[in-house]
Design a protein around this ligand. Structure first.
Ligand SMILES: [Zn+2]
Ligand SMILES: [Zn+2]
Length: 364
């Protein structure tokens, strides 16, 4: 579809999956001219998200091949359109999951474009001009300025890339539940993070930066040392250990569940105090087991959340600049994408792969 769109005249080198084997190979395609509302970004780095794996393998049955994945993009602006006043050539820019939305509905007007019914994603979406969107596994991207954020000067461009999806995914529920600001002297809230992966490790960093008591809840005993020593978590609960789970009943104000593997929510809910909130950002493929007793006997709430709006994403970037928060990453070059996707499928990464798209040394 994109190849026949008349305004798509710029040749781009990228990397795509062409079928459900999921193998990524070089792919040359076209992007649109830089329009009045667009900026062109030379891509430096692109994080590898679990969503990329689901798309390259067509796990959700929605993939339009060839698919160029990647929605954790950082780079340098090389062109700006006439309507763009907040970004300029040379700026350090980030593009996350959003490529377009209706701009008119109540959610778009409130800065919650991520809940717009007409939302189109950075890859495997349909842009306003009818073309299929292609993501960050490519040398440059043309993006509408309303979906682009600035990356603070003090953040490394490689380690900042996963903030555009993983970071905002965990930041938004913290904000929604009034957990953003350091409470000042004295302890903050007691918050639990289920799962210590790409999402969870950033949530721990946010929780500590905002002055909370942070408990990591995991099925993996090997994560305890990592959680406490490397990320500064205050406590650790091994969720497969019934004694530990029993001991910590009703101790947490808030829990963020980042796990995408199948699991029951009942035992996790029991860790919440009365009126506590559990927010789900992981996405198991089958319905989750949600027993009623822990809900009604604890007046607890279960909510979901997906990424964040663009203003919120910029706010998060600025907060990360203020507290010097980035992701723990392993940088790979283009020739290692397939290996990295394989390893990510086995959760064999601490904590995010980032592709060095431009072939520059890391830490730029
Ligand atoms: Zn993602
Ligand atoms: Zn809308």
């Amino acid at each position: 579809m994109a190849q026949t769109t008349s305004n798509h005249t710029q040749n781009v080198s990228g990397w795509a999956a062409h079928d459900s084997s999921g193998k990524i190979t070089p792919y040359n395609f076209k992007r649109r001219e830089n329009g009045i509302n667009d900026v062109t970004i030379k891509i430096l780095y692109c994080g590898i998200c679990h969503t990329d794996i689901h798309h390259v393998k067509n796990d959700w049955g929605i993939t339009m091949y060839p698919v160029v994945p990647g929605h954790e993009i950082t780079g340098i602006i090389t062109k700006v359109g006439g309507n763009v006043t907040n970004l300029k050539v040379g700026d350090r820019a980030g593009v996350g999951c959003l490529a377009a939305s209706c701009l008119n509905c109540e959610y778009c007007k409130e800065g919650e474009e991520n809940y717009c019914d007409q939302l189109q994603f950075t890859y495997n979406g349909i842009f306003w001009d009818g073309s299929i969107t292609y993501g960050g596994y490519s040398e440059f991207i043309v993006a509408d300025y309303r979906y682009v954020v600035r990356v603070p000067e003090n953040l490394a461009m490689d380690a900042a890339a996963p903030l555009l999806c993983a970071g905002i995914t965990v930041y938004s529920p913290l904000k929604d539940n009034n957990l953003l600001d350091s409470p000042g002297p004295g302890p903050g809230k007691r918050i639990g993070i289920v799962g210590l992966g790409g999402l969870g490790h950033i949530a721990v960093k946010f929780g500590k930066a905002f002055g909370h008591h942070v408990t990591v809840i995991s099925t993996s005993p090997s994560k305890e040392k990592e959680a406490r020593d490397r990320l500064g978590a205050d406590d650790f609960i091994l969720s497969t250990n019934a004694d530990q789970m029993q001991l910590k009943r009703r101790t947490l104000d808030f829990i963020l569940d980042t796990v995408s593997a199948q699991h029951s929510l009942g035992p996790t809910l029991d860790l919440l105090k009365v009126k506590g909130t559990l927010v789900i950002v992981g996405a198991p493929e089958k319905p989750m087991d949600l027993p009623s007793f822990p809900l009604i006997f604890g007046k607890r709430a279960v909510k979901g959340s997906i990424i964040g709006g663009i203003k919120e994403t910029q706010d998060m970037m600025d907060v990360c600049g203020k507290y010097n928060i980035t992701c723990d990453i392993e940088v790979v070059n283009i020739s290692q994408i397939n290996e990295a996707l394989d390893r990510l499928g086995k959760n064999d990464v601490k904590y995010r792969f980032v592709i060095d798209v431009a072939g520059k040394p890391s830490g730029l």
